[in-house]
Design a protein around this ligand. Structure first.
Ligand SMILES: [Zn+2]
Ligand SMILES: [Zn+2]
Length: 252
């Protein structure tokens, strides 16, 4: 499975995943023109290499380039709750992620099966995704979430981890944000993942079988790539795993 991080960070997130002839986007959080440029720079042809777009939640940094989907008529998938906050798409493009007995149904796009799962963030019905292809790869994309619970861990297990490492706890607490904002970001039910939370989850998930890890959605005010990388490498070192030998870490 080819992973292209088209954009990530507080002002826009978009991931492209490709397996065989099937390509999907997770989120479209940069303006359309910018997204088109970035896709091209990654050798992705929007007209042929994207079969569907999956939305994690309807915050601007995840959906503001959805006019791209309108232009190319991609089907767009989001939860019932998140559709309440998304406008500007034709009805026949909109697909609701359905549930059965409280669990999301999977969606098949070409050679990929996409499994949505619940996350914890201040949106109406935010989700993360696990994406499985026919070659034994399973990727997960976990953006904005205040915590990673056991149900999420179960869904995430695979060989490619694209996970939020939003903030360093000390930088957030000693930084210039208001107390209100600090509390909101650190709130396990509505906030964002700290480096330590991401590291703790990856420590449970990674088995040293060459997994690929992408740390994403770093805050430009409350984190640095070095701190995020350090937290994860230290956590995995406790299991005896070393970067570039047992797993491959990228901070993007
Ligand atoms: Zn958000
Ligand atoms: Zn976000």
């Amino acid at each position: 499975m080819r992973v292209s991080i088209i954009a990530t960070g507080s002002d826009g997130n978009c991931i492209h995943l490709q397996s065989g002839s099937t390509g999907i986007l997770i989120d479209a959080g940069k303006w359309k023109r910018d997204l088109e440029k970035r896709l091209l720079a990654n050798n992705i042809n929007a007209a042929t290499d994207i079969q569907a777009v999956f939305i994690t939640h309807a915050h601007g940094d995840h959906i503001k380039g959805l006019t791209l989907a309108k232009k190319y008529l991609f089907p767009v998938y989001a939860t019932h709750g998140e559709w309440q906050k998304i406008s500007g798409l034709d009805d026949d493009q909109k697909h609701v992620l359905e549930t059965t007995f409280g669990k999301y149904d999977s969606v098949r796009i070409g050679e990929m099966d996409i499994y949505p799962f619940k996350v914890h963030h201040d949106a109406l019905e935010p989700v993360g995704y696990a994406i499985q292809d026919g070659n034994g790869n399973r990727a997960c994309v976990v953006f904005d979430t205040g915590q990673i619970d056991d149900d999420m861990l179960q869904m995430m297990e695979g060989n490619i981890y694209i996970v939020e490492a939003n903030h360093d706890v000390d930088m957030l607490q000693n930084g210039e944000y208001s107390d209100y904002l600090k509390d909101r970001i650190a709130d396990p039910h509505r906030g964002h993942l700290s480096n330590d939370q991401a590291a703790e989850a990856l420590k449970k998930l990674v088995n040293g079988r060459g997994e690929r890890i992408f740390l994403t959605h770093l805050s430009s005010n409350n984190n640095t790539p070095e701190l995020a990388s350090h937290a994860v490498r230290m956590a995995l070192f406790e299991k005896g795993f070393i970067n570039k030998r047992d797993y491959f870490l990228e901070v993007v």
